[in-house]
Design a protein around this ligand. Structure first.
Ligand code: ARG
Length: 252
């Protein structure tokens, strides 16, 4: 938590620093550099050497619409917005919830899906915010799950993990009472563990967006236009159905 607050604060301070690549420069180069984590199934995941997932396929579809090739960069989740600040890539797509705090440091595109943070526990474990009283909870570091679990009164301990999959493993190993993470990830987890886990309540809802460097209005405009097009021409619906069996776009 402390580390996350510090890095976001530092980021906000740096927000007036070096120049990001403009849309014109990206277009001229013919290749857009996109960063993600690659450890957050089913959104962005490295399968062997192959980066895939809903967000990876969506970003590739957007780049194609924009007439660009893609160069992927993978980074630990907690470093992604910092690297953006350092101009190491043009945008980030890694399931970032659009929060006021993050929006001070980066600019967000229109949301590419809507979701929430859900509780998952072993059968008989906590299912509601009230049930978390006196319990230990596993979350990925730097996430909105951490922020929101900390707001729940009476939680005994929040254990943070560099990767969400490590937080899930802690639940399976019985080292914590519950995991809080993305609701779609939670559904997949419950399914994969065949009867051992139960999905509990949503702790909060969030809108998820791609991030560009603060002030990169030209690139943001192009990304929003490409996303709107994908959402109206069936590209988005097809990908969403493939990964979730439903359309996960924000309804309002
Ligand atoms: N939606 C959550 C957040 O905004 C979690 C995102 C985690 N993404 C990832 N690639 N691990 O913090």
């Amino acid at each position: 938590m402390k580390k996350t607050l510090l890095s976001l604060a530092a980021l906000t301070l740096l927000a007036s620093g070096a120049q990001a690549r403009t849309w014109e420069a990206i277009k001229q180069s013919g290749t857009i550099k996109i960063a993600t984590e690659g450890a957050f199934p089913p959104f962005n995941i490295l399968k062997g050497k192959q980066l895939t997932g809903f967000e990876v396929e969506l970003a590739e579809a957007l780049a194609k619409q924009l007439g660009l090739k893609v160069q992927w960069v993978t980074q630990p989740f907690d470093n992604l917005l910092i690297g953006l600040q350092q101009d190491r890539y043009d945008f980030v797509i890694a399931s970032h919830g659009i929060t006021p705090e993050r929006a001070k440091a980066v600019d967000f595109a229109n949301p590419h899906y809507c979701t929430g943070g859900a509780i998952v526990s072993k059968v008989g474990g906590p299912k509601t915010a009230a049930d978390l009283k006196g319990k230990t909870v596993a979350v990925q570091v730097g996430t909105t799950y951490l922020e929101n679990v900390r707001k729940v009164a009476g939680v005994k301990d929040v254990k943070t993990f560099p990767k969400d999959t490590d937080a899930q493993a802690a639940l399976m190993a019985g080292r914590v009472d519950a995991w809080v993470g993305d609701k779609f990830t939670g559904l997949d987890l419950v399914k994969a563990q065949k009867g051992k886990l139960v999905a509990g309540d949503l702790l909060f809802s969030e809108r998820i967006g791609m991030a560009v460097k603060k002030g990169n209005a030209g690139l943001l405009k192009e990304l929003n236009a490409a996303l709107a097009k994908a959402m109206s021409n069936g590209t988005y619906a097809k990908l969403s159905t493939k990964y979730f069996g439903t359309d996960v776009r924000c309804k309002n």
